[in-house]
Design a protein around this ligand. Structure first.
Ligand SMILES: [Zn+2]
Length: 244
């Protein structure tokens, strides 16, 4: 049975241009501003030069800002699975939340339900694999924290959207900034295979710490400290098995 068509509130933004290819990546953001209306104004302000395709309010209302067949300006300098022109090949969804700067708080059920319905709707039109549904922090780990460690990726996956896995408890020596070893090289290779921009060097540097932190915000939300403990590494390996 098909779900009823989604109701969109039209809120056109002038901040878009032509796509280079059909979208095959979904990037989820939080707005990171004090209120939803303030964020919507900014996403439609020609001087701000930022936008997204959709914005989802805390009460579940969905605003449509840029047509899916156009390129919205939401990701900035970013990378996933070999792709650097993320805006050109992605659909961006802004999810209203004040974010880490203005009082980060849980995403209400009505909002999460709307995001899930929106993902189903978008994926009925475009071929977008589960391993290509990511957060802004995944595609720009050194610059971005959103949508953050309170975002319920697990619930999205239970509804059929995105990768999720629960690895068995895995104690093991933690890897942290400053370390240089074959284990660090293997860790970086795993992150690269999952999609992150982290050419393996064997040195646990600041870029590696940023990727570990981004990974934890998405897939190990109980521990966001940039240290690759045994459980973080087990989660990564389990995800790679799942992603095939
Ligand atoms: Zn963002």
């Amino acid at each position: 049975m098909n779900a009823p068509p989604l109701a969109f509130l039209e809120a056109p933004s002038p901040n878009f241009d032509a796509r280079t290819a059909p979208p095959d990546i979904l990037v989820l953001h939080y707005t990171g501003m004090k209120t939803g209306p303030e964020a919507l104004d900014r996403l439609r302000d020609p001087d701000a030069k930022v936008s997204s395709h959709y914005m989802v309010e805390e009460d579940g209302r969905i605003f449509r800002l840029v047509p899916e067949e156009r390129r919205a300006w939401h990701a900035g300098v970013s990378y996933w699975k070999g792709e650097r022109n993320i805006n050109g090949v992605s659909i961006g969804i802004e999810i209203v939340n004040p974010g880490h700067q203005f009082g980060y708080r849980p995403f209400p059920d009505a909002q999460v339900a709307a995001v899930i319905a929106l993902l189903a709707d978008i994926r009925s039109r475009w071929q977008i694999g589960d391993e290509r549904i990511v957060g802004h922090s995944d595609v720009a780990p050194e610059r971005k924290d959103d949508p953050g460690e309170l975002f319920p990726w697990k619930r999205l996956a239970e509804a059929g959207h995105g990768l999720w896995v629960e690895a068995a408890p895995a104690p093991g020596a933690p890897l942290a900034e400053g370390e240089e070893s074959a284990a660090v090289f293997a860790l970086q290779a795993g992150f690269t295979r999952l999609g992150y921009d982290l050419p393996p060097s064997g040195r646990f540097d600041a870029a590696t710490k940023a990727v570990v932190t981004a990974f934890q915000r998405h897939w190990r939300q109980e521990r966001v400290d940039g240290i690759a403990d045994g459980q973080t590494r087990a989660q990564l390996i389990a995800l790679l098995r799942l992603a095939g």
